[in-house]
Design a protein around this ligand. Structure first.
Ligand SMILES: Nc1ncnc2c1ncn2[C@@H]1O[C@H](COP(=O)(O)OP(=O)(O)O)[C@@H](O)[C@H]1O
Ligand SMILES: [Mg+2]
Length: 367
């Protein structure tokens, strides 16, 4: 059973007279990985804090299990919060506690489990994020990547149905970012929980999530399946997701519309739609990520509503994926599955990767 659905409708948040964003409407599909992308300072962290009820938006609703957590009472909010696991930007670990105690903290705080039971859970989660053997280290003694993974282990101990990540990729070098992104997708394969990742990293947005949303100029520019956003002809979405210089988003201020349109037309003439970047897959040995088939079904159902160029690019990407998986293209059938034989490739060793959880980065590069 996939994780829970989160339905956000008409949400607006201001601090005093400063409006951060308005009228944000989106549904996090249960069990899928979604990314909220936006430049720094657009209110991504404020959005996450609103989702867990730490901040109160003045308008709109956030509905989980038929309860609006913007308006419910404290005890109901307390119950709903237990559904969430949150990885804060810096891991938010207690500096004076070792990793074991940090990770055990929510269990000691929120459950009546015995120390023996707690130990089992903590060791299991530490193993999951590749921190086995690091129980007695202090947060100050380890790398930023390890701190994030410790924060992640702590976010997982209560077996949350919704996991929120605040910029898991910030402050990490590309290798550790790749490792953490892989870990996130592997966790999703194992738990089928609902994930929301906030990031300003375009590469993460292109390769990790099932769904992408974009905060831009105090609004949600768009939210939908990756295939739809990555082929969108909306100038803002297209420029942002492709990291182009041409488009409506200027280096310092907004460009005028006429110039933006000229530039967009130029791009269309020059290149058409670039091929879709493949999504990172769960590592070999992990269960199939069920979110993929669910998302692709949604995309197929809405395909006819998309511009012809987008339809073509999406069909091509589905076909390539089927080909890569050695499956015949059957229209309407769920095309996703693990290949019977994974290609044998040199598995790169990551400096702080755990043993037994190698990064399987060879796969999604082959086309
Ligand atoms: N508790 C708060 N009180 C007042 N302003 C805040 C508060 N939290 C965040 N802000 C403001 O909201 C804006 C968005 O912040 P934030 O969500 O941290 O951006 P992002 O995470 O996208 O970089 C910023 O201008 C920030 O100063
Ligand atoms: Mg932030």
């Amino acid at each position: 059973m996939p994780g829970v659905e989160v339905t956000v409708e008409g949400l607006s948040k201001s601090f005093g007279r400063a409006n951060i964003w308005s009228d944000v409407t989106l549904t996090l599909p249960p069990g899928e990985v979604s990314v909220l992308l936006g430049p720094s300072g657009t209110g991504k962290s404020v959005f996450l804090k609103s989702l867990i009820g730490l901040l109160k938006p003045e308008k709109g609703s956030i509905v989980i299990h038929d309860t609006d957590l913007v308006r419910c009472n404290e005890s109901k909010l307390y119950e709903l919060r237990k559904l969430f696991g949150v990885l804060f930007q810096d891991g938010a670990l207690f500096g004076s506690m070792n990793l074991y105690d940090n990770i055990a903290f929510p269990l000691r705080e929120h459950t009546k489990k015995s120390e023996a039971q707690i130990k089992d859970i903590v060791m299991e989660k530490m193993d999951m994020v590749g921190l086995k053997g690091d129980e007695y280290k202090l947060p100050g003694e380890i790398s930023g990547g390890m701190r994030k993974r410790a924060g992640l282990a702590r976010a997982l101990v209560l077996d949350p149905e919704i996991i929120l990540f605040d910029e898991p990729d910030s402050g990490l070098d590309p290798v550790r970012t790749a490792y953490l992104n892989q870990l996130i997708l592997d966790l999703n394969a194992q738990t089928d929980s609902t994930f929301l990742i906030v990031t300003h990293d375009i590469n993460t947005a292109q390769t990790v999530p099932d769904n992408i949303g974009m905060l831009y100029r105090k609004h949600l520019a768009m939210f939908g399946p990756r295939e739809v956003l990555l082929t969108s002809d909306d100038p803002v979405v297209s420029q942002f997701l492709n990291g182009r210089r041409q488009g409506p988003i200027g280096m310092s201020e907004e460009k005028d519309t006429a110039q933006a349109q000229r530039e967009m037309a130029e791009i269309d003439e020059l290149s058409g739609l670039p091929p879709l970047k493949p999504q990172i897959e769960a590592s070999k040995g992990m269960p199939e990520r069920k979110a993929v088939a669910r998302r692709q079904k949604r995309v197929r159902d809405m395909l006819h509503t998309l511009p012809p160029a987008a339809q073509e690019a999406i069909q091509r990407s589905f076909a390539e994926q089927e080909h890569a998986h050695g499956r015949a293209a059957v229209v309407g059938a769920a095309p996703y599955g693990r290949p019977d034989e994974a290609p044998t490739s040199e598995i790169p060793r990551v400096p702080d990767a755990p043993l037994g959880a190698p990064v399987d980065r060879g796969r999604h590069h082959q086309r």
